[in-house]
Structures are given as C-alpha cells and as structure tokens.
Design a protein around this ligand. Structure first.
Ligand code: ADP
Ligand code: NI
Length: 218
C-alpha cells in the first residue's frame, strides 16, 4: 500500500471515529481515543512498529465497546474490518486491524491477553496506560459514578476474576477495580517503552490509594 493511500485511510477513519465519539457520552470519549492514539504513536516509534497499523488500531480499538454489546468481544473487530473496507482499505489491512481490535481489551486478572503482532502490543499498552495514573484514577471514579457504585466498602474484597464474563459483570466498588485491574497493568505491559511509561503512573496510583485509606481510617 502506498504512503498516500495509507494516510488517506487513516484520515478517513479518524474522521469517522471522531464524529461517532464526539456525539456519544457513554464513558468513552474522543479524548480517550486521541490520548491512546498519541501514546501508541510514541511507543510505536520507539519500538519500530508498523505505524499504519498502530494508528488504525488505536483509532478503532473501542469502536464497539463490549459493555454495550452484551459483552461480546467480536463486535468491535467486525465493525473495524467493515470500516477499513468501506474507506478503501484491502482485506489484508482490514483483517490485520480487526485482529488488533480483538486483542486490546482487559478481560480479568486471571485471563491472559496475548497479542500476535507488535502493533497490537503497542495499542494494548497505550490503552492500558490511559487506564492508570492520574487519568486512570479519574476515569475509574467517573465510570464507577456512572454505574452508581460506591467509592469503597472495606467489607467487599477484590476478586481475581478467572474469566471475562465474571470480570465484565462484577458490581464491586471502585477501589476494588484498582486491585482487580489497574494495579496489575504495570507488570502486564508488552513493550519495553510501555513498561517504562507505566512506572510513574503506577507509583502515583499507589500514593493515591495510601492517602485514600489513611483518610478513610481517620
Ligand atoms: P478501555 O477503554 O481502557 O479499554 P474499559 O472500556 O474497560 O477500558 O473501561 C473504560 C474506563 O473505565 C477505564 O479507565 C477502566 O479502567 C474503567 N473501568 C472499567 N470497569 C470499571 C469498574 N468496574 N470500576 C471502575 N472503573 C472501571
Ligand atoms: Ni480504550
């Protein structure tokens, strides 16, 4: 594929995704996608990934959130494949991007989420970096609030989910989400640059949680 052609495809996908997410207030906003795209570009450059795949994967990674599709993980890659074809990409590119989209999601503490391309590893790391650190903390409580969840309840302990369905349907409070997902992400980064970027964000969450519990206990 020529450089102009791939730039054209990226521009058209970006326009479609921006339009869709700007008019959707359902937890994922365009700013999340834009941050993941920027982080994925930074990691992808360092790691030497295929940047067309990185950009398209980042733009399309949340195109159909499982939370709004009966926890189906296939819907996103299906829609990603269709959109790439719609804007003039070939079936090889469409399948490569669809594979990335299928491989990004976190599925529970006890569920492995392997990738089969460097671009997919880069996008998975970038998405997870946006779930940790200061922004990750803000997103977790925003999400918890949207579901009417408690901030914290010391009686309800975290669970290390061993399958995706249990993870996706868990109703626990938001502090548990740190133990069930956010604090685990640092050690599950797939790229060297992703691990490096995770360190500071991880430390910030630990400081936050210590302070939170100190204030809670009074
Ligand atoms: P992503 O967009 O990173 O793929 P999700 O769609 O799973 O992640 O969730 C969107 C945001 O909401 C993330 O920051 C995630 O950590 C947070 N989130 C997901 N599930 C919960 C939960 N049960 N409690 C609190 N925050 C959550
Ligand atoms: Ni995301």
């Amino acid at each position: 594929m020529s450089k102009e052609n791939s730039q054209n495809i990226i521009a058209r996908i970006k326009a479609i995704v921006e339009e869709k997410f700007k008019s959707e207030g359902s937890g994922h906003d365009w700013f999340h996608i834009a941050r993941v795209m920027r982080t994925a570009e930074a990691i992808g450059e360092v790691e030497g990934a295929d940047m067309t795949l990185v950009r398209l994967g980042a733009l399309l990674h949340d195109i159909a959130d499982h939370k709004f599709h009966n926890h189906s993980l296939e819907e996103g890659s299906k829609q990603a494949r269709a959109l790439i074809l719609e804007v003039g990409g070939d079936i090889i590119l469409a399948n490569e991007v669809a594979a990335i989209v299928a491989q990004v999601s976190y599925k529970g503490a006890g569920v492995a989420t392997p990738t089969d391309s460097l671009a997919a590893a880069v996008v998975q790391d970038a998405d997870r970096l946006d779930a940790i650190g200061a922004i990750g903390i803000a997103r977790a409580f925003a999400y918890g609030g949207s579901k009417n969840r408690l901030l914290y309840d010391p009686a309800i302990k975290p669970q290390m989910h061993s399958n995706f369905k249990d993870y996706a349907t868990d109703q626990g409070h938001t502090i548990n989400h740190f133990h069930e997902k956010l604090l685990l992400l640092k050690d599950r980064m797939l790229t060297g640059e992703g691990s490096r970027l995770a360190e500071e964000r991880h430390m910030f969450m630990e400081i936050f949680l210590n302070q939170f519990l100190e204030e809670w206990e009074g």
